[in-house]
Design a protein around this ligand. Structure first.
Ligand SMILES: [Zn+2]
Length: 508
């Protein structure tokens, strides 16, 4: 998505009123126990970021790589020990209809796996083409773009060794209503969960169909879930695809153009070769669907595994089962203090037509997570049919208990303002302006980590190009990712979402 709101945010950015809770003691900075790590092959990165090769991008390639490496900076780690060992491992370059970043002399990194690519526009809809190094045509016959052209483009992208990833599908300004079923991944989380733009609605369907023909049955079903904000509706779209046997990886992307660091949200991918993996291995990991998306690289962790009579599988796998077979589901969690683990289950829907009004994902179990955020394991037995699917979600308190008294009201106000940002810039702009040092914004060379405050946006010393970039400390990040219904915070923040396991008929 283009950074429609961010330049506006900068224009509005008011000088900070002195009182923003800067006198309070820093929140606790626990060092968590993990359930998985890069050493286990679970690499973490950002699959959606823009450089100055995008008409609306600000960062040179070198600067983007420096921002993606900022979480490794010793001063940063000293202030944020939870990020120790949880910097980014990979970064995709997804400029608007341009693969030029990959040919830039600065497209090189000692430790990040750099993934070339582009964000392509398919008649309003946008998709990231991860691994792409050349242009693709979107209107082969030159007779106007249609759904057949798109399906051909997906094939072309695959032939070129790249992955096709649908972006921010339910965003009203760049909706993805095309019916495509051979893509590799779906961006169910773009930027902050609460910061998503308003979702597509029934009027958009009418407009789309007049101009482009039928919307996909998945899109039509997701529009019915109209009070959840675009992030929540993208998850409904994912469920509608699963219900029709379209099984892809969930991914996230910061869609960074400016201001906030890449890696929020972050995608974890199980990659062959672990820490020594290359870009092909990361792309293959996504095609294997062994992914989950977390609020950030040091955010909540999930590992869902399932054991059936036929064998074992994990998030993203397809597992064969006999009718009504009871399987064992095991879920590991970490890094979500006082959060909640939810297990979502759905069934196959017999036809596209029956998707409309179908129930889709049902929460069949939930577990409260320990207050210390340490690694935990949960297990349950479940009778399943072929065509059923399961995926795990972690939600976290938007306001951690220890901040409730002093900052609770302000954090919920920030969540409300974030949810309203695209229809009412004023509230979020005022708040954002009060959360940052606007002098450093204008001149990042003024950034001094000694000035970082726990409840303020924290400048990044490695950013040398104005406007400055900022790390969003955990309490503010929770507010930006608040789950809202009709604009009101539910009290929960989206923490992590895992790709679904799908059950398929036992062979023979
Ligand atoms: Zn984008």
């Amino acid at each position: 998505m283009r950074s429609d709101y961010l330049p506006v945010l900068l224009l509005f950015g008011c000088p900070a009123p002195a009182d923003s809770g800067t006198d309070s003691a820093p929140p606790e900075q626990p060092v968590y126990e993990d359930v998985l790590s890069a050493a286990d092959g679970w690499l973490v990165g950002d699959l959606h970021a823009h450089t100055s090769y995008s008409s609306d991008g600000f960062d040179a390639v070198a600067s983007q790589i420096a921002m993606a490496s900022a979480l490794e900076d010793p001063a940063f780690l000293e202030a944020h020990p939870a990020y120790q060992g949880h910097g980014l491992d990979f970064l995709a370059f997804t400029d608007h209809s341009s693969v030029e970043a990959a040919f830039d002399p600065d497209f090189v990194s000692d430790r990040l796996v750099l993934i070339p690519g582009a964000e392509w526009n398919f008649s309003i809809a946008e998709a990231n083409l991860h691994g792409l190094e050349q242009s693709v045509s979107v209107d082969l016959e030159g007779d106007g773009f249609d759904a057949d052209d798109l399906r051909a483009a997906v094939e072309t992208v695959h032939c070129l060794g790249a992955n096709f990833s649908i972006n921010h599908p339910m965003a009203a300004n760049y909706p993805f209503a095309w019916d495509v079923r051979s893509h590799d991944s779906l961006e169910i989380w773009n930027a902050g969960w609460a910061l998503s733009v308003p979702p597509a609605d029934q009027a958009l369907i009418v407009e789309w169909e007049a101009a482009r023909g039928p919307v996909s049955p998945f899109f039509r079903r997701a529009v019915q879930a109209h009070s959840l904000h675009a992030g929540g509706e993208a998850l409904v779209l994912y469920e509608a695809m699963l219900a029709r046997g379209v099984h892809v990886a969930v991914v996230g992307g910061s869609d960074r153009h400016i201001l906030f660091l890449p890696g929020f949200p972050a995608t974890r991918v199980l990659v062959e070769g672990g820490a020594a993996a290359d870009r092909e291995a990361v792309l293959a990991g996504i095609r294997s669907r062994r992914t989950f998306v977390s609020r950030g690289p040091a955010g909540p962790q999930l590992l869902l595994e399932v054991e059936s009579a036929a064998g074992e599988g994990m998030m993203g796998d397809q597992l064969s089962v006999a009718a009504g077979e009871t399987v064992t589901v095991r879920i590991g969690t970490a890094r979500a203090p006082s959060g909640q683990l939810r297990l979502i289950h759905g069934v196959a829907v017999a036809s596209d037509e029956e998707l409309e009004g179908a129930a889709l994902g049902q929460q069949i179990a939930s577990w409260d997570l320990a207050a210390d955020g340490g690694a935990e394991r949960f297990e349950l037995e479940l009778a399943v049919q072929s065509g059923d699917w399961l995926y795990p979600v972690i939600v976290e308190p938007t306001v951690p208990a220890e901040l409730e008294a002093e900052h609770g009201a302000a954090l919920l106000d920030l969540a409300r303002a974030a949810a309203a940002a695209t229809t009412d810039f004023t509230a979020i702009s005022k708040i954002a302006g009060s959360l940052m040092d606007t002098e450093v914004l204008a001149d990042p060379s003024e950034c001094d980590p000694a000035d970082w405050e726990p409840m303020m946006l924290q400048c990044i010393p490695a950013d040398t190009q104005p406007p400055g970039s900022f790390f969003v400390p955990d309490p503010l990040q929770r507010a930006f990712n608040a789950m809202t219904v009709d604009g009101e915070p539910t009290g929960w923040t989206m923490g992590a979402i895992g790709s679904a396991v799908m059950f398929v008929p036992a062979a023979g």
